[in-house]
Design a protein around this ligand. Structure first.
Ligand SMILES: [Fe+2]
Length: 199
C-alpha cells in the first residue's frame, strides 16, 4: 500500500451556488453520495487487484476491468461536470472567445449546437451523458453520447463539456422531467472553464 488512491474532488463552488437550477439538496446528494460512490468503487477495485497479486489468486479479469471502466468513467465525468458549471447569475449565456468561435465554426451557430447537444442528452436511453469533445485528429469539436459512464467513449478525445442525465442528476428537483433539467442547465454552464479545455 502507500500507493496513490482516487480522491473525491471537492466542488469548485458552494453547495448553494447552482440553485435554483440544481438545488443544494440535490447537489449534496449528487456529489457527496453518487460521485463519492464511484471514487470508492474505483479504489475498491485497486484493492482487489493488490490483494489478489499479493496472495497470488486469480481474478475475473473480464468483469473487474469492465467494473473499473465504469467507476473510473463515473468519477472522471463527475469531476468534469462540476468544473464545467458555475454559479447561477454568473454563468450560462452564449459563449464568446475561442470556444464561441469553435462552436460556431463546427455547428453553424450556437443555437444549432445547443439544439444538437440537448437532443444528445435527452435521447440517452436510461443512464448516461451528453459530451462535447475535441478530436485532436481533425482538430474539431464533436458530440458524443456516453451510455452509463463508459459505453461509446471515444478514446483520447478531450472532454470539453458534459451533462449528466442519469436520473440521480435531476430527479430530486425535476422528477422525471429531464427536458426541463436540460433546458435550465444551460444557465449554469461555465464557458470560461470549457474554453480552458480547448487545446
Ligand atoms: Fe451523476
Amino acid at each position: 500500500m502507500g500507493e496513490k488512491q482516487y480522491q473525491l474532488q471537492p466542488l469548485p463552488y458552494d453547495y448553494k451556488a447552482l440553485a435554483p437550477v440544481i438545488s443544494e439538496d440535490l447537489l449534496r446528494l449528487h456529489h457527496d453520495k453518487h460521485h463519492a460512490a464511484y471514487v470508492n468503487g474505483a479504489n475498491a477495485i485497486l484493492q482487489k487487484f493488490e490483494k489478489a497479486r499479493k496472495e497470488g489468486t486469480d481474478l475475473d479479469l473480464k468483469a473487474i476491468t469492465k467494473e473499473y471502466s465504469f467507476h473510473f468513467g463515473g468519477l472522471f465525468l463527475h469531476e468534469r461536470f462540476w468544473q464545467n458549471m458555475g454559479p447561477t447569475g454568473k454563468s450560462g449565456g452564449k459563449p464568446g472567445g475561442r470556444i464561441g468561435d469553435a462552436i460556431e465554426k463546427e455547428f453553424g451557430s450556437f443555437e444549432r449546437f445547443k439544439k444538437e447537444f440537448s437532443a444528445v442528452a435527452s435521447s440517452v436511453e436510461g443512464s448516461g451523458w451528453a459530451a462535447l469533445v475535441f478530436c485532436g485528429h481533425i482538430e474539431r469539436p464533436q458530440l458524443v453520447q456516453i451510455e452509463k459512464h463508459n459505453v461509446n467513449v471515444t478514446p483520447q478525445q478531450k472532454v470539453l463539456l458534459v451533462l449528466d442525465v442519469w436520473e440521480h442528476a435531476y430527479y430530486l428537483d425535476y422528477k422525471n422531467d429531464r427536458g426541463k433539467f436540460i433546458e435550465n442547465w444551460w444557465n449554469v454552464v461555465n464557458w470560461d472553464a470549457v474554453e480552458k479545455r480547448l487545446p
